[in-house]
Write a new protein. Structure first.
Ligand code: TXA
Ligand code: MG
Length: 336
Protein backbone atom coordinates (compact mmCIF):
# COMPACT_ATOMS: atom_id res chain seq x y z
CA UNK A 1 0.00 0.00 0.00
CA UNK A 2 1.26 3.50 -0.78
CA UNK A 3 1.05 5.86 2.20
CA UNK A 4 -0.03 9.31 0.97
CA UNK A 5 1.57 12.33 2.67
CA UNK A 6 -1.06 15.02 3.19
CA UNK A 7 -0.50 18.68 4.09
CA UNK A 8 -2.14 20.07 7.23
CA UNK A 9 -4.06 22.65 5.17
CA UNK A 10 -7.70 22.70 4.03
CA UNK A 11 -7.15 20.25 1.16
CA UNK A 12 -5.17 17.85 3.33
CA UNK A 13 -7.81 17.94 6.06
CA UNK A 14 -10.55 17.32 3.48
CA UNK A 15 -8.66 14.34 1.97
CA UNK A 16 -7.96 12.87 5.42
CA UNK A 17 -11.65 13.14 6.31
CA UNK A 18 -12.67 11.45 3.04
CA UNK A 19 -10.30 8.52 3.63
CA UNK A 20 -11.65 8.14 7.19
CA UNK A 21 -15.26 8.23 5.99
CA UNK A 22 -14.37 5.51 3.47
CA UNK A 23 -13.07 3.26 6.27
CA UNK A 24 -9.35 3.98 5.85
CA UNK A 25 -6.66 4.75 8.46
CA UNK A 26 -4.84 8.09 8.65
CA UNK A 27 -2.11 9.27 11.04
CA UNK A 28 -3.09 12.66 12.44
CA UNK A 29 -1.35 15.17 14.70
CA UNK A 30 -2.59 15.76 18.25
CA UNK A 31 -1.02 17.87 20.99
CA UNK A 32 0.22 14.73 22.79
CA UNK A 33 1.51 12.29 20.14
CA UNK A 34 0.51 11.45 16.56
CA UNK A 35 -2.54 9.19 16.49
CA UNK A 36 -3.51 6.48 14.00
CA UNK A 37 -7.13 7.41 13.35
CA UNK A 38 -10.04 5.34 12.06
CA UNK A 39 -13.83 5.60 12.31
CA UNK A 40 -14.94 4.56 15.80
CA UNK A 41 -18.14 3.30 14.17
CA UNK A 42 -16.52 0.75 11.87
CA UNK A 43 -15.19 -2.63 13.01
CA UNK A 44 -13.42 -3.07 9.64
CA UNK A 45 -11.57 0.24 9.99
CA UNK A 46 -10.57 -0.59 13.58
CA UNK A 47 -9.21 -3.97 12.44
CA UNK A 48 -6.87 -2.11 10.06
CA UNK A 49 -5.49 -0.04 12.97
CA UNK A 50 -4.68 -3.18 14.99
CA UNK A 51 -3.07 -4.83 11.94
CA UNK A 52 -0.90 -1.81 10.99
CA UNK A 53 0.43 -1.36 14.55
CA UNK A 54 0.70 -5.04 15.47
CA UNK A 55 -1.34 -4.08 18.54
CA UNK A 56 -2.22 -6.73 21.14
CA UNK A 57 -5.84 -7.72 20.54
CA UNK A 58 -7.08 -7.01 24.09
CA UNK A 59 -5.84 -3.38 24.23
CA UNK A 60 -8.77 -0.94 23.73
CA UNK A 61 -8.56 2.39 21.86
CA UNK A 62 -9.23 6.02 22.79
CA UNK A 63 -12.08 7.76 20.93
CA UNK A 64 -11.47 11.38 19.87
CA UNK A 65 -14.37 13.81 19.71
CA UNK A 66 -14.79 17.52 18.96
CA UNK A 67 -18.04 18.49 20.70
CA UNK A 68 -20.28 17.82 23.68
CA UNK A 69 -22.85 16.42 21.28
CA UNK A 70 -20.36 13.85 19.96
CA UNK A 71 -19.34 13.02 23.55
CA UNK A 72 -22.97 12.29 24.42
CA UNK A 73 -23.27 10.00 21.39
CA UNK A 74 -20.39 7.72 22.48
CA UNK A 75 -21.22 7.38 26.21
CA UNK A 76 -24.34 6.04 27.91
CA UNK A 77 -23.87 7.98 31.16
CA UNK A 78 -22.26 11.35 31.83
CA UNK A 79 -21.53 11.76 35.56
CA UNK A 80 -21.27 15.28 37.06
CA UNK A 81 -17.54 14.79 37.65
CA UNK A 82 -17.02 14.09 33.94
CA UNK A 83 -18.83 17.30 33.00
CA UNK A 84 -16.60 19.30 35.36
CA UNK A 85 -13.39 17.69 34.10
CA UNK A 86 -14.43 18.26 30.47
CA UNK A 87 -15.23 21.92 31.17
CA UNK A 88 -11.84 22.41 32.83
CA UNK A 89 -9.41 20.32 30.79
CA UNK A 90 -10.92 19.97 27.29
CA UNK A 91 -9.79 20.41 24.65
CA UNK A 92 -6.62 18.94 26.15
CA UNK A 93 -4.55 15.91 27.15
CA UNK A 94 -7.12 14.20 29.40
CA UNK A 95 -8.90 10.93 28.55
CA UNK A 96 -11.90 9.82 30.60
CA UNK A 97 -13.12 6.22 30.73
CA UNK A 98 -16.93 6.18 30.87
CA UNK A 99 -19.78 3.73 30.24
CA UNK A 100 -20.05 3.29 26.50
CA UNK A 101 -23.04 3.66 24.19
CA UNK A 102 -23.94 1.35 21.31
CA UNK A 103 -22.78 4.01 18.80
CA UNK A 104 -19.19 2.86 19.37
CA UNK A 105 -18.06 -0.18 17.37
CA UNK A 106 -17.63 -3.28 19.58
CA UNK A 107 -13.99 -3.66 18.55
CA UNK A 108 -12.97 -0.22 19.92
CA UNK A 109 -13.31 -1.32 23.56
CA UNK A 110 -12.26 -4.97 23.03
CA UNK A 111 -15.14 -6.41 25.01
CA UNK A 112 -15.20 -3.84 27.86
CA UNK A 113 -18.47 -2.00 28.62
CA UNK A 114 -16.58 1.31 28.84
CA UNK A 115 -15.06 3.70 26.32
CA UNK A 116 -12.04 5.98 26.71
CA UNK A 117 -12.76 9.42 25.25
CA UNK A 118 -10.95 12.72 24.81
CA UNK A 119 -11.16 16.05 22.95
CA UNK A 120 -7.68 16.85 21.60
CA UNK A 121 -6.25 20.39 21.74
CA UNK A 122 -4.94 20.42 18.19
CA UNK A 123 -6.61 22.52 15.51
CA UNK A 124 -5.86 20.10 12.68
CA UNK A 125 -7.18 17.10 14.65
CA UNK A 126 -10.36 18.96 15.59
CA UNK A 127 -10.95 20.02 11.98
CA UNK A 128 -10.46 16.47 10.70
CA UNK A 129 -13.03 15.15 13.22
CA UNK A 130 -15.42 17.93 12.20
CA UNK A 131 -14.97 17.36 8.47
CA UNK A 132 -15.29 13.55 8.82
CA UNK A 133 -18.24 14.09 11.16
CA UNK A 134 -17.22 10.93 13.00
CA UNK A 135 -15.77 10.05 16.40
CA UNK A 136 -12.24 8.81 15.64
CA UNK A 137 -10.57 5.95 17.46
CA UNK A 138 -6.82 6.65 17.56
CA UNK A 139 -4.00 4.90 19.38
CA UNK A 140 -0.49 6.32 19.08
CA UNK A 141 0.72 6.00 15.46
CA UNK A 142 3.74 3.78 16.13
CA UNK A 143 4.53 0.09 15.84
CA UNK A 144 3.30 -1.41 19.14
CA UNK A 145 6.10 -1.39 21.70
CA UNK A 146 8.28 1.28 20.07
CA UNK A 147 8.58 4.89 21.32
CA UNK A 148 5.46 6.95 20.58
CA UNK A 149 5.63 9.31 17.57
CA UNK A 150 5.91 13.03 18.25
CA UNK A 151 6.73 14.03 14.66
CA UNK A 152 5.26 12.90 11.32
CA UNK A 153 8.73 11.52 10.48
CA UNK A 154 8.46 9.06 13.38
CA UNK A 155 5.15 7.86 11.93
CA UNK A 156 6.71 7.33 8.51
CA UNK A 157 9.69 5.48 10.03
CA UNK A 158 7.28 3.00 11.68
CA UNK A 159 4.23 2.76 9.40
CA UNK A 160 5.13 3.76 5.83
CA UNK A 161 3.37 1.39 3.42
CA UNK A 162 1.04 0.09 6.17
CA UNK A 163 -1.48 2.96 6.41
CA UNK A 164 -3.49 5.01 3.90
CA UNK A 165 -2.13 8.44 4.75
CA UNK A 166 -0.28 10.66 7.21
CA UNK A 167 -1.04 14.32 7.82
CA UNK A 168 2.36 16.07 7.89
CA UNK A 169 2.04 18.68 10.62
CA UNK A 170 4.11 20.16 13.45
CA UNK A 171 5.91 18.26 16.21
CA UNK A 172 3.65 17.57 19.20
CA UNK A 173 3.73 20.23 21.89
CA UNK A 174 3.06 17.96 24.91
CA UNK A 175 5.03 14.91 23.77
CA UNK A 176 3.60 12.21 26.06
CA UNK A 177 0.18 10.59 25.71
CA UNK A 178 -2.89 11.89 27.51
CA UNK A 179 -3.67 11.29 31.15
CA UNK A 180 -6.19 8.40 31.42
CA UNK A 181 -8.63 8.46 34.35
CA UNK A 182 -11.53 6.08 34.80
CA UNK A 183 -14.79 7.43 36.20
CA UNK A 184 -16.45 4.07 35.62
CA UNK A 185 -15.12 2.79 38.96
CA UNK A 186 -15.70 3.99 42.50
CA UNK A 187 -13.33 5.49 43.56
CA UNK A 188 -12.09 7.02 40.29
CA UNK A 189 -8.66 5.77 39.27
CA UNK A 190 -5.69 7.28 37.44
CA UNK A 191 -4.69 4.63 34.89
CA UNK A 192 -2.00 6.54 33.00
CA UNK A 193 -0.33 9.81 34.07
CA UNK A 194 0.02 12.63 31.52
CA UNK A 195 0.23 16.41 31.24
CA UNK A 196 -3.00 16.85 33.20
CA UNK A 197 -1.52 15.87 36.55
CA UNK A 198 -2.79 13.70 39.40
CA UNK A 199 -2.52 16.80 41.61
CA UNK A 200 -4.83 18.77 39.25
CA UNK A 201 -7.34 15.91 39.02
CA UNK A 202 -7.44 15.46 42.80
CA UNK A 203 -8.91 18.96 43.14
CA UNK A 204 -12.01 17.65 41.34
CA UNK A 205 -11.76 14.01 42.42
CA UNK A 206 -10.68 14.08 46.10
CA UNK A 207 -10.88 10.28 46.35
CA UNK A 208 -8.76 9.66 43.22
CA UNK A 209 -6.62 6.53 43.48
CA UNK A 210 -3.37 6.14 41.53
CA UNK A 211 -3.41 2.71 39.95
CA UNK A 212 -0.58 0.45 41.10
CA UNK A 213 0.43 -0.17 37.47
CA UNK A 214 1.47 3.50 37.04
CA UNK A 215 4.80 2.89 38.79
CA UNK A 216 5.22 -0.86 39.08
CA UNK A 217 5.36 -3.90 36.87
CA UNK A 218 2.16 -5.96 36.82
CA UNK A 219 2.59 -9.56 38.04
CA UNK A 220 2.35 -12.24 35.36
CA UNK A 221 -1.35 -12.97 34.68
CA UNK A 222 -2.53 -10.10 36.93
CA UNK A 223 -5.74 -8.41 35.77
CA UNK A 224 -5.01 -4.71 35.14
CA UNK A 225 -7.57 -1.90 34.90
CA UNK A 226 -6.00 -0.55 31.72
CA UNK A 227 -4.84 -3.37 29.44
CA UNK A 228 -2.20 -1.11 27.79
CA UNK A 229 -0.28 -1.01 31.09
CA UNK A 230 0.85 -4.61 30.96
CA UNK A 231 2.72 -4.53 27.65
CA UNK A 232 6.34 -3.72 26.93
CA UNK A 233 6.14 -0.15 25.79
CA UNK A 234 7.96 2.86 24.42
CA UNK A 235 11.12 0.79 23.99
CA UNK A 236 14.02 1.38 21.65
CA UNK A 237 15.90 -1.74 20.51
CA UNK A 238 18.92 -0.68 22.58
CA UNK A 239 18.81 -1.61 26.27
CA UNK A 240 17.63 1.27 28.49
CA UNK A 241 18.43 1.81 32.20
CA UNK A 242 16.62 4.37 34.33
CA UNK A 243 18.93 5.93 36.93
CA UNK A 244 17.70 7.63 40.11
CA UNK A 245 20.19 9.85 41.92
CA UNK A 246 21.85 13.26 42.00
CA UNK A 247 23.87 14.77 39.17
CA UNK A 248 27.29 13.75 40.54
CA UNK A 249 26.43 10.12 41.20
CA UNK A 250 24.71 9.85 37.80
CA UNK A 251 27.90 11.13 36.10
CA UNK A 252 30.11 8.83 38.17
CA UNK A 253 28.10 5.77 37.11
CA UNK A 254 27.71 6.64 33.45
CA UNK A 255 31.31 7.80 32.87
CA UNK A 256 32.52 4.26 33.72
CA UNK A 257 30.41 2.65 30.99
CA UNK A 258 31.81 1.94 27.55
CA UNK A 259 30.02 2.95 24.39
CA UNK A 260 26.90 4.13 26.16
CA UNK A 261 24.72 7.17 25.68
CA UNK A 262 23.21 9.31 28.43
CA UNK A 263 19.85 11.06 28.26
CA UNK A 264 20.42 13.68 30.90
CA UNK A 265 19.44 17.02 32.40
CA UNK A 266 21.05 20.30 31.37
CA UNK A 267 22.85 20.41 34.75
CA UNK A 268 24.50 17.00 34.10
CA UNK A 269 26.06 17.76 30.73
CA UNK A 270 29.36 19.29 31.89
CA UNK A 271 30.08 16.34 34.18
CA UNK A 272 29.60 13.66 31.52
CA UNK A 273 32.37 12.28 29.31
CA UNK A 274 30.06 10.02 27.25
CA UNK A 275 27.78 11.03 24.39
CA UNK A 276 24.75 12.92 25.75
CA UNK A 277 21.28 13.95 24.67
CA UNK A 278 19.76 16.56 26.96
CA UNK A 279 16.04 16.58 27.71
CA UNK A 280 15.78 19.80 29.71
CA UNK A 281 16.52 21.14 33.17
CA UNK A 282 15.98 18.75 36.09
CA UNK A 283 12.99 20.82 37.20
CA UNK A 284 11.49 21.28 33.72
CA UNK A 285 9.18 18.28 33.33
CA UNK A 286 7.35 19.91 30.40
CA UNK A 287 10.58 19.98 28.39
CA UNK A 288 11.40 16.40 29.41
CA UNK A 289 7.94 15.24 28.27
CA UNK A 290 8.17 17.08 24.99
CA UNK A 291 11.58 15.62 24.07
CA UNK A 292 11.74 12.14 25.59
CA UNK A 293 10.27 10.00 22.79
CA UNK A 294 12.25 11.72 20.01
CA UNK A 295 15.46 11.32 22.06
CA UNK A 296 14.80 7.61 22.70
CA UNK A 297 14.53 7.16 18.92
CA UNK A 298 17.66 9.22 18.32
CA UNK A 299 19.59 7.29 20.98
CA UNK A 300 18.50 4.04 19.35
CA UNK A 301 19.96 5.16 16.01
CA UNK A 302 23.27 6.27 17.57
CA UNK A 303 24.95 2.87 17.69
CA UNK A 304 25.38 3.02 21.49
CA UNK A 305 25.35 -0.30 23.36
CA UNK A 306 23.16 0.98 26.19
CA UNK A 307 21.13 4.06 27.09
CA UNK A 308 21.25 5.48 30.64
CA UNK A 309 18.48 7.97 31.42
CA UNK A 310 18.62 10.30 34.43
CA UNK A 311 15.21 9.78 36.05
CA UNK A 312 12.80 12.70 36.46
CA UNK A 313 10.93 13.48 39.68
CA UNK A 314 7.82 11.36 40.23
CA UNK A 315 5.45 14.28 40.64
CA UNK A 316 3.42 16.60 38.41
CA UNK A 317 4.16 16.03 34.72
CA UNK A 318 7.37 14.28 35.83
CA UNK A 319 5.23 11.31 36.92
CA UNK A 320 4.14 10.85 33.27
CA UNK A 321 7.74 11.00 32.03
CA UNK A 322 8.84 8.52 34.73
CA UNK A 323 5.94 6.18 33.84
CA UNK A 324 7.04 6.04 30.17
CA UNK A 325 10.73 5.66 31.02
CA UNK A 326 10.25 2.82 33.49
CA UNK A 327 8.52 0.89 30.69
CA UNK A 328 11.14 1.86 28.08
CA UNK A 329 13.65 0.44 30.56
CA UNK A 330 11.59 -2.74 31.04
CA UNK A 331 11.52 -1.82 34.78
CA UNK A 332 15.34 -1.82 35.12
CA UNK A 333 15.91 0.99 37.64
CA UNK A 334 19.30 1.77 39.19
CA UNK A 335 18.94 3.63 42.52
CA UNK A 336 22.12 5.45 43.53
O1 TXA B 1 -2.63 11.09 23.94
C1 TXA B 1 -3.21 10.05 23.65
O2 TXA B 1 -4.03 9.51 24.41
C2 TXA B 1 -2.89 9.42 22.28
C3 TXA B 1 -3.36 10.37 21.19
C4 TXA B 1 -3.26 9.78 19.82
O3 TXA B 1 -4.64 10.83 21.47
N1 TXA B 1 -3.46 8.12 22.18
C5 TXA B 1 -3.00 7.04 22.86
O4 TXA B 1 -3.60 5.84 22.59
O5 TXA B 1 -2.09 7.11 23.65
P1 TXA B 1 -3.01 4.43 23.01
O6 TXA B 1 -3.83 3.43 22.32
O7 TXA B 1 -1.56 4.37 22.69
O8 TXA B 1 -3.30 4.31 24.53
C6 TXA B 1 -4.61 4.10 25.01
C7 TXA B 1 -4.58 3.72 26.46
C8 TXA B 1 -4.15 2.29 26.66
O9 TXA B 1 -3.32 2.20 27.80
C9 TXA B 1 -5.46 1.56 26.86
O10 TXA B 1 -5.32 0.37 27.58
C10 TXA B 1 -6.28 2.61 27.60
O11 TXA B 1 -5.91 3.84 27.01
N2 TXA B 1 -7.74 2.41 27.40
C11 TXA B 1 -8.46 2.58 26.27
N3 TXA B 1 -9.76 2.27 26.47
C12 TXA B 1 -9.87 1.90 27.78
C13 TXA B 1 -10.97 1.46 28.59
N4 TXA B 1 -12.19 1.35 28.11
N5 TXA B 1 -10.69 1.16 29.88
C14 TXA B 1 -9.43 1.28 30.39
N6 TXA B 1 -8.36 1.68 29.66
C15 TXA B 1 -8.57 1.99 28.37
MG1 MG C 1 0.54 3.86 22.54
Amino acid sequence: MKTVKLCDNKEGIYSAAQILRDGGVVAIPTETVYGLAASAQSDEAIAKVFAAKGRPQDNPLIVHINSEEMLCSVVSELPEAAKKLAATFWPGPLTMVLKKSDKVAESVSRGLDTVAVRMPANKVALEIIKEADLPLAAPSANISGSPSPTSPHHVIADLNGKIDAVVMSDDCSVGVESTVVTLATDPPRLLRPGAVTAEQLSEFLPNLVIDKAVLSEPEKGEKVASPGMKYKHYSPKTEVFLVEGDSNSFAELVNQKENCLAICFLEDEDKLSVKTLCYGKATDALSQAQKIFALLREADNSGAKAIYVHAPEKKGVGLAVYNRLIRAAAFKVIKL
